[in-house]
Write a new protein. Sequence first.
Length: 202
Amino acid sequence: MKFKTLFIALFCMLSVFATHAKIEVDKPAPDFSLVNEKGETVTLSDHKGKYVILEWTNHLCPYVQKHYGSDNMQKLQEEYTGQDVVWLSVISSAPGKQGYVTAEESMALTEEREASPTHVLFDPEGDVGKMYSAKTTPHMYIIDPQGMLRYAGAIDSIKSANPADIARADNYVDLGMISLMAGQQVDKKLTAPYGCSIKYKS
């Protein structure tokens, strides 16, 4: 009986560790499937062969509002989806917590802000966010056509909620994509994200 109890406890510990496993830049990006705003299941590996940008978001976060209110995020989305890059906006806010939206609300937000992500994905249990060690909104990731994670971190170099700082900041996502699409290595592959904490279920 003691052995069985110990085994169950160990299994639970390993399961938690796997859920919170740390991702590594220049290693394969963990695969996942989430439902989008149209009720369709979107799987990361289905987009192998294309660049994928992941954006963790919360429309009520002042740091997210900085980048959407200034059209900075929309310009990035338009620039790269126009080059056949897949842009996945992920919402890991749990029901009842700040940033949680229904599919209908997310579509209204996309239209209102004139945003152009390829998909808005819902992660209310937080499993994918934790898999990617996503901590803030925004938190950005770049995955290359071979499925390798090439960048993880902040959207840019100035940690503030002031839109006036955007023009003088280094946009890590833009610089990373420019380097990768030119066949070069990303200069800063891992940076500290800044923003609001993701409002996970637990």
